[in-house]
Design a protein around this ligand. Structure first.
Ligand code: NAD
Ligand code: TDX
Length: 349
């Protein structure tokens, strides 16, 4: 039995990963650590929460005593680290929360791993990171493994710091690690503060769809299930001590994405005129212009390629949100309403 600890397993990508591992790895015992912040939700794991090979722990990863106690009881063989504060707009409002979880939390896990793995080389600390650590590209440029780190938001600075700590632990203490940097994910269970689920929920409620600035900023989109399949392959066959870039070669200006969502929404629901909801609003401070990824050739050589086309993935995602109104009601609790009013109240008038 391989004991695998997933941090942030009740979040968006984490819940896709936990579900995938439970269904595909019959000899793995999966432990989820999650603090259940506004972005973490046990409902995201409903179908696997009580599975006999899954154990859930509500713990803050920056709480070293709790992490220590858990890992003394059930030492990890593999740590898949996804827990994070993940929303750029929130990082602009309160950077210290991002330092707490993304930096202090990551180093707390690394320290505990170092203690528990002394003398072992058959373990793995897998850091799930983002392309945002590489900064912003000009038209026609792409990130590659050789791109220098140049984080420009409090979120990406905190993720970059965490990546550097992971590499430092590999170099200094010989900790077996692997890092992957992925582009913008979308799919079911994504908290409705990010562009795609926010747009879908505004379409459902016929509310103005806020597009920052000119809408020409570019993001490179991948379905969370394709990301999770790449993580799975890299756990099995990725070279330890290496960094991999994961992307579906799907860079698009935000306005194109929002227009596509409007068209697909109208087709799926029989509505019309959704594009008229698009509203240009004040830009995000320090808004990175373009992210676009050349996925690692070695990842492709291992046999990975994205399986979900963008249009099909968006159709399926819209359908999921349409069929989960109760999930939406519950995640958009009082605290979300406060954030939403602060972030969009003035912008949308
Ligand atoms: P998310 O915000 O949906 O989920 C984050 C999870 O971490 C939540 O369940 C939350 O409760 C948990 N968490 C937060 N602080 C915690 C703490 N102190 N202790 C324990 N748990 C805590 O995020 P996501 O979009 O699923 O992203 C998962 C990971 O993937 C993050 O590390 C993110 O940086 C990375 N990533 C995300 C994207 C994307 O487009 N969403 C792209 C590339 C990389
Ligand atoms: O209301 C909006 N209007 C808008 O135009 C929002 C929320 C976003 N945007 C723009 C900003 C970005 O250019 O859409 C683009 C995507 O924005 P987000 O969904 O907030 O994602 P982004 O800032 O690109 O970061 C995401 O991708 C990389 C995730 O939140 C990160 O966790 C991940 O690392």
């Amino acid at each position: 039995m391989v004991r695998v600890w997933v941090t942030g397993g009740a979040g968006f990508i984490g819940s896709h990963l936990v579900r995938h591992l439970i269904h595909t790895k019959s000899d793995w015992e999966i432990h989820t650590i999650d603090a259940l912040t506004y972005a973490g939700n046990l409902e995201n794991l409903a179908d696997v929460l009580d599975h006999k090979r899954h154990i859930f722990h509500k713990v803050d990863i920056a709480d070293s005593n709790s992490v220590e106690n858990l890992w003394t009881e059930a030492p990890p063989d593999i740590i898949l680290h996804l827990a994070a504060e993940s929303h750029v707009d929130r990082s602009i409002l309160s950077p210290l929360d991002f330092v707490h979880t993304n930096v202090l939390g990551t180093v707390t896990l690394l320290e505990a791993a170092r203690r528990h793995w002394r003398g072992r080389s058959d373990t793995l600390f897998y850091q799930v990171s983002t392309d945002e650590v590489y900064g912003s590209l000009a038209e026609g440029e792409f990130f590659s493994e050789a791109s220098p780190y140049d984080p420009r938001s409090p979120y990406s600075a905190s993720k970059a710091a965490a990546d550097h700590f992971v590499r430092a632990y590999g170099h200094t203490y010989g900790l077996p690690y692997l890092i992957s940097n992925c582009g913008n994910n979308y799919g079911p269970y994504q908290f409705p503060e990010k562009l795609i689920p926010l747009t879908i929920t505004h379409l459902m409620e016929r509310k103005p769809i806020p597009v920052y600035g000119s809408g020409q900023n570019v993001r490179d989109w991948i379905h969370a299930e394709d990301h999770v399949r790449a993580i799975d392959l890299l756990i099995q066959r990725g070279q330890r001590g290496r960094t991999y870039l994961i992307g579906a070669e799907n860079p698009r200006p935000n306005l194109e994405v929002v227009r596509l969502l409007c068209r697909l929404y109208d087709e799926l629901t029989g509505s019309s005129g959704s594009e008229s909801l698009i509203t240009f609003v004040k830009d995000r401070p320090g808004h990175d212009f373009r992210y676009a990824i050349k996925p690692s050739p070695s990842l492709k050589a291992l046999g990975w390629s994205p399986q979900v086309s963008f249009e099909e993935g968006l159709r399926q995602t819209i359908a999921w949100y349409l069929s989960h109104p109760d999930w939406l009601d519950r995640v958009r609790s009082g605290a979300y309403q406060d954030y939403y009013r602060f972030q969009y109240g003035e912008r949308l008038g």
